[in-house]
Design a protein around this ligand. Sequence first.
Ligand SMILES: Cc1cc2nc3c(=O)[nH]c(=O)nc-3n(C[C@H](O)[C@H](O)[C@H](O)COP(=O)(O)O)c2cc1C
Length: 372
Amino acid sequence: MTVRTAPVFNDNPFKLGIFSPNCSGGLAVTKVPERWNNSWENNLRLAQMADEAGLEFLLPIARWIGYGGATNFHGSVLETVTWAAGLLAQTKNINVFSTIHTAFNHPVVVAKQLATMDNMSNGRAGLNVVCGWNKPEYDALGMTMPDDHETRYRFGQEWFDIVRKLWTETGPFDWDGEFYQLRDTYSLPLPKTDKVPIFNAAGSQQGRDFAVRNADYLFTPAIDLDRSREEIATIKEQAAGVGRNVGLFTLSYVVCRPTRKEAEEYHHYYSQENADWEAVDNIINLMFAHAESFPKEVIRLLRDRMAGGHGGYPLVGDPDTVADGIQRLYETGFAGTTLAFVDYVEEFPYFRDEVLPRLEDRGLRLPVAGAA
Ligand SMILES: Cc1cc2nc3c(=O)[nH]c(=O)nc-3n(C[C@H](O)[C@H](O)[C@H](O)COP(=O)(O)O)c2cc1C
């Protein structure tokens, strides 16, 4: 088997990815007419631009029903495995992740889907594991969501143990677990890489423990950077305690314009004057009830950031200001961030041309050929 290192494990000091282009609205909960149209054509154009610009990864959201409001934010969503397969076939270097809900997808099927994509793409598939929080989605699938985090993550652990075993065993095995009993199961071919990159995003203690045991990168929101610095140290220490190295990623959104004033005015226009506040409040209420991805004590104070970019870190300003913001994330200890734009295809080229060279000048990114 050819062993290839996944792009997200390259030598770039600070990694960059694109988040949520498969969902209508992307991450901006806004009514402006130019809000993100998640058509396949737009996704393909964006993926190819990000690939050529040397970004490490594309990350989709797995969403089964929208959040309502005037725009039904995330009401239209390209399914993540089929989306990833299509994009991997038409890109060259970038990691394309699938986001998988453990409860909604059988582990033997997922192990084979990811291994197939990894072979199709010469080792560029990635897996983002989601252990569940959004009750209306369980209802839409006719399933009961376990109320407690313990059960959700215990299930997620068994699910992931099966996937991991299928990715390394070449012969059939039996599995006698709490949730799955499998006879003579196996999955060939194995993935092309010896290490398919694993992402996870969780804020609860059970979720953090899951990430420490299983993920290569854990996502955590950057709300207060001093708090993030402590959080990063704690997680790294916990991971070291079990002999693992876990990197921390965050999520950001970008409004980059030639002047700070233009960027701030546009930010205000789409995320304040034209926010879809009903959808914003639906997201916040659902997260408050069932998820701990954002700390409960601050989530209701995050309305503005939810409208601007789903609670991401705002990178708003001229190219220097945006590069400064990214540098602050790097200095806080983050290994990378995802990016999102109101209209990704329209706005990404300016970021690529103006911000990426500044990040190279500051040593945060290597020239495209050097990172591989
Ligand atoms: C970068 C990122 C990606 C996520 N992707 C999804 C997703 O696609 N689908 C989903 O239902 N939840 C998604 N989540 C939510 C988390 O995976 C997780 O389910 C949530 O934080 C609740 O877990 P917790 O209660 O342990 O914090 C995402 C969160 C982040 C920060």
